[in-house]
Write a protein that binds this ligand. Structure first.
Ligand code: GLN
Length: 202
């Protein structure tokens, strides 16, 4: 299996390392010809507005949407979660997403006071010790459609619980950045469970 990492902006190299830990070959994706070579895609953490704009500039935005509609497995971390969400609150003007997961996410949801923090979380389907979740100006999920599985949630300062790891079929997203830790279990879950359960379509 060949996995692409959308390499327009963000923590691309860190995802390569996590995939290498899982024994998976990865390539940078900037062009449609590169997208056509991969079976699955990772949308990195970074800045969702910049990534979407660059995807339009590089002429790859619509092709990514088409591959998502056709069932390509995609994992998005943080900005990548925003890019996979069908709806975004606190979006920048004219901000677009690829979409695919039937959720509404709120950008920069944790507010300025706690714009970066770490916490240990249990994530469904991930065996063993809790995952160290690193949040950096992270989104959370505010509305969730049928067919979206919540794998982990976080409780905000006001006592509300918000999903922060979700899956809908071949699409997986986390508010946090497993690629910034040495724990590659989320990436392993993506390549070994999420990707394997999806039909191969190019
Ligand atoms: N706040 C960023 C955005 O809106 C996401 C931050 C991140 O990926 N660490 O895209």
């Amino acid at each position: 299996m060949k996995v692409g990492v959308l390499a327009l902006q963000g923590d691309v190299r860190e995802h390569f390392r996590a995939l290498a830990d899982c024994g998976v070959e990865a390539i940078n994706i900037r062009r449609v010809s590169e997208l056509n070579q991969v079976d699955a895609l990772i949308l990195p953490g970074g800045e969702s507005t910049t990534i979407a704009q660059l995807a339009e500039t590089f002429g790859i935005f619509t092709s990514i949407q088409e591959r998502i509609s056709a069932g390509m497995p995609v994992y998005g971390s943080c900005a990548g979660m925003i890019l996979l969400a069908n709806h975004v609150l606190d979006a920048a003007p004219t901000q677009r997403t690829f979409g695919g997961i039937d959720v509404t996410v709120r950008r920069n949801a944790f507010g300025r006071q706690v714009d970066s923090f770490e916490t240990d979380v249990h994530v469904a389907h991930i065996e063993g010790a809790p995952i160290k979740a690193v949040f950096i100006r992270a989104p959370w999920v505010e509305e969730i459609g049928q067919g979206v599985e919540v794998l982990a949630s976080v409780t905000s300062a006001d006592g509300m619980t918000h999903p922060m790891a979700i899956r809908q079929g071949p699409l997986l997203a986390t508010s946090f950045h497993p690629e910034l830790t040495s724990d590659s279990r989320i990436h392993r879950y993506f390549v070994e469970e999420v990707c394997k359960s999806a039909p191969v379509i190019r």
